[in-house]
Design a protein around this ligand. Structure first.
Ligand SMILES: Cc1cc2nc3c(=O)[nH]c(=O)nc-3n(C[C@H](O)[C@H](O)[C@H](O)COP(=O)(O)OP(=O)(O)OC[C@H]3O[C@@H](n4cnc5c(N)ncnc54)[C@H](O)[C@@H]3O)c2cc1C
Length: 483
């Protein structure tokens, strides 16, 4: 395929949160040849290239203002599936939804999934996504068995952890700034039931939230905390924790019954009548601080009074993809959208940092509408967010009136996190300044990343808006320091 046979279109490309983005030329190749031609086209037109999967990153990680956005979501074929070993190989635009739906009946589930099933494998690998089991199994990169990649010169390579560990440590979590991922081979995990055993626990304050995490982290497969960002005083950080266990082999007398896509699928109608696609409209009247305060209070107390210490079985899809249950729920944040900000803090500092951060948001009059806590562990990837500690992911509504104050709040939070030795997650980011990136990520890692980029993409063809805003200045500084 030649570069001239491609016909890119000008589109508005925003982050998932709809708060940042801009106009770009967009191209959707369907083959490796198409990707190669797109890279040539960009070069011939003097454009930078921003790679994109499903566009589920909240901020500007997959947008390319004034650039060529190469959207890989049409390269979405599953190429090989071995139900004996649980290995799947698929094109980079294949989504997590496609993977679990293809492999479920054989008793396998993706080792790591995000809170939505829409990310592509390429996007998941480029961000090195984590799930509610991050403390136990690490991010998705640890389950990658091979990557087929295209370098910016159009050459292709297959990389494996056995032969190319250092390169994979840069490319996985490398934000799509080193090469194009064409195919991913992933090791899935065996499941013996379509259900998970779930245990819901109420935590009346932050101290109890951490105590529950401590108690369960060595004894559970999945662990996630929801926090009420509006509650202050003694109840600061109160919330609900969901602990989940895989059903052991033989414990489900009829595993086949629920290991079907139909049994896992979330119902398409609410109460059997109302199309779920309308549900966000019912939520819209609550889309202000008072409404969200009420929802948070109701969620906490219903959890505490009705579900306190409650045990039940839930399908894998319902447990993992609750956020997909209300399609387009983000539309309640229209017209200006939302940002998410996820901080990662070492375990000995996390209690105090989370306390400070929640109190600061309330003091600034910008409480989070949704806050989720997870436990993590360190991993070997150069730009990793993983550390031995906890993360707090928080959604904030953006309005024309609060935008500047919200960005300033995020910068204040960043300073607290940096001081505590914490990190950030680029998939959720729209606000980080280069100085915070430089302070949070080890200089040695940034230097190694800069070296790999210089080798793989010497002309700097790949560059998303996130890269230009927060990463490039840090890498440039490492070059100056070296020179
Ligand atoms: C509701 C919701 C819940 C979420 N929950 C979680 C969660 O629990 N855990 C978590 O870790 N994340 C979570 N995320 C974030 C999401 O998993 C990541 O942003 C993921 O990277 C999105 O994949 P994508 O295909 O949409 O990639 P995009 O957002 O389109 O792109 C992400 C990055 O990948 C690069 N990229 C895309 N395709 C390729 C390719 N083929 N080759 C090289 N680079 C490529 C892009 O340049 C960009 O840097 C959530 C997002 C949403 C919207």
């Amino acid at each position: 395929m030649s570069a001239t046979s491609l016909s890119p279109r000008t589109e508005n490309v925003s982050g998932w949160g709809m708060a940042v983005g801009g106009q770009a030329l967009v191209i959707r190749p369907t083959s490796a040849d198409g990707v190669r031609a797109a890279l040539q086209l960009a070069r011939s037109q003097g454009l930078k290239v921003a790679l994109r999967g499903s566009g589920c990153s909240y901020g500007d990680a997959a947008s390319g203002n004034g650039k060529l956005v190469v959207d890989l979501s049409q390269m979405n074929r599953i190429l090989a599936w071995d139900p004996a070993s649980g290995r799947v190989r698929a094109e980079a635009g294949t989504t997590l939804r496609q993977i679990w739906q293809h492999c479920l009946a054989d008793g396998w589930w993706p080792p790591v999934v995000s809170g939505t099933m829409e990310p592509t494998l390429g996007g998941a690998v480029a961000m090195n996504i984590h799930g509610k089991n991050a403390f136990g199994v690490g991010p998705i990169g640890e389950h990658v068995r091979s990557l087929r990649v295209m370098m910016v010169d159009g050459s292709e390579r297959t990389l494996t952890p056995e032969h190319d560990a250092d390169l994979l440590h840069a490319i996985i979590g490398g934000l799509g700034e080193l090469c194009v991922v064409l195919e991913v081979e992933l090791q899935l995990k065996h499941i013996y039931s379509g259900f998970l055993d779930v245990h819901a626990l109420a935590a009346p304050d932050l101290e109890e939230m951490f105590r529950i995490f401590d108690e369960w982290q060595d004894r559970s497969d999945y662990l996630v905390g929801w926090l009420d960002g509006f509650c202050g005083g003694k109840g600061l950080g109160r919330g609900l924790v969901h602990v989940a266990h895989q059903v052991k082999e033989g414990a489900d007398p009829d595993p086949r019954r629920m290991l079907t896509v139909a049994a896992q699928s979330l119902p398409s109608r609410l109460f059997g009548i109302l199309p779920k696609s309308w549900m966000w409209m019912l939520m819209k009247p609550f889309a202000h601080d008072l409404g969200m305060r009420l929802i948070n209070v109701a969620k906490y107390w219903s959890g505490r009074l009705l579900e306190h210490d409650k045990r039940y079985r839930q399908t894998h899809a319902a447990f993992h993809f609750l956020l997909d249950y209300v399609p387009n729920w983000k539309f309640i944040y229209k017209p200006d959208g939302l940002i998410q900000h996820q901080i990662f803090v070492p375990k000995d500092k996390a209690r105090e940092v989370f306390r400070q951060v929640l109190a600061l948001e309330q003091a600034r009059g910008l409480p989070t509408w949704l806050a989720v806590m997870k436990r993590h562990r360190p991993d070997p990837y150069l730009l990793t967010h993983g550390l031995d500690g906890y993360s707090l992911a928080q959604d904030f509504r953006v309005t024309k009136g609060n935008r500047e104050r919200l960005w300033a709040l995020c910068h204040e939070i960043d300073d607290i996190v940096v001081k505590a030795g914490g990190r950030f997650y680029f998939a959720k980011d729209a606000t980080l300044r280069p100085a915070s990136v430089a302070a949070a990520f080890p200089a040695e890692n940034m230097k190694k990343f800069a070296d790999v980029r210089k080798e793989l993409d010497p002309e700097g063809l790949l560059a998303t808006d996130l890269y230009d805003r927060a990463i490039a200045p840090v890498l440039d500084a490492t070059k100056v320091a070296k020179g």
